[in-house]
Design a protein around this ligand. Structure first.
Ligand code: HPA
Length: 288
């Protein structure tokens, strides 16, 4: 059976999980969805008047296996620069390299979409390919290269999610990207914009692969985000995404790559990342 055909990741399962979430939210519809990447999970614990729903309470929701990724849907308020909105966060994400099906990978963002959010913002850690990047830099995604060799929409199409052949011309909404730049200016944090290449992992890349990715037009590389973006665009949801450049990609610095260093840089950049993220979510939630 293909991924899209499996009842576990199918439309009815997503709708049931969204209903279970809604029952816990008590009539407080979130405006913006947020997927929290490495090192950012604790942002959800800062939301005002929050409701925390463990993934275990959402039928069909896959659980993350990576240490440091608790699995909760957290809904609550964000206040930033005089704007307030309600966000629904996925605190803890599952990665394709963990061996989950792609239907499982995108289950959570499909639930966010069913909750009626107007846009979803995704965050991640990525290796820098553009030579002018420095670890700790933030990059808004302008586009992506799907080099995972997988696509969550493989299998028979369920028209209730979206069309068989979704357009990906503007995968990352221009308007949502513009609001990221405004939020960064409010926060006094410089941000870049560039193309994210998604590979399956879990190995980091070889230096030759990084030179290939540069030739293909990639500015950063990571192992997440793209399946979720595809599933959200399928459902017609506007998307924004931002990477923390946690390290220079393989071969671009004297250092070997090490997950604990990736995490340490993500932690060190956390404050500026979350100040931009809060402002971004508040602007997206209140945009006309
Ligand atoms: N490569 C792939 N994924 C990553 C990297 C990297 O260098 N850094 C953080 N996530």
């Amino acid at each position: 059976m293909s991924e899209a055909d499996s009842p576990e990741g199918g439309y009815e399962a997503v709708a049931a999980a969204a209903r279970a979430a809604q029952e816990r939210l008590g009539g407080r519809p979130p405006k913006v969805g947020v997927v929290l990447g490495s090192g950012l999970g604790s942002w959800a614990d800062t939301l005002a008047d929050r409701v925390t729903v463990p993934y275990a309470d959402l039928p069909g929701m896959p659980r993350p296996k990576v240490v440091g990724h608790p699995g909760n849907l957290v809904v609550g308020g964000v206040d930033s620069h005089g704007r307030s909105t309600t966000v629904a966060c996925l605190q803890g994400r599952v990665h394709t390299y963990e061996g989950h099906s792609l239907g499982a990978i995108v289950f959570g963002v499909r639930v966010l979409a069913k909750l009626g959010v107007r846009a979803v913002l995704l965050t991640n850690a990525a290796g820098g390919i553009r030579r002018s990047f420095t670890p700790g830099d933030l990059m808004v995604l302008s586009d992506h290269l799907n080099l995972m060799g997988r696509n969550p929409l493989v299998g028979s199409n369920d028209d209730r999610f979206g069309p068989r052949f979704p357009d990906m011309t503007e995968a990352y909404s221009k308007e949502v990207r513009g609001l990221a730049h405004q939020a960064a200016a409010d926060a006094g944090v410089p941000i870049h914009e560039g193309v994210y290449a998604a590979l399956l992992g879990p190995t980091y890349e070889t230096p030759a692969e990084i030179e290939m990715l540069r030739a293909l037009g990639a500015d950063a590389v990571g192992m997440s985000t793209v399946p979720e973006v595809i599933a959200l665009r399928h459902m017609g949801v506007a998307v924004g995404a931002m990477s923390c450049i946690t390290n220079m990609a393989a071969g671009l610095s004297a250092q070997k790559l090490d997950h604990s260093e990736v995490e340490a840089t993500a932690r060190a950049s956390r404050e500026k990342f979350v100040s931009v993220l809060s402002g971004w979510a508040a602007r997206v939630g209140t945009a006309a």
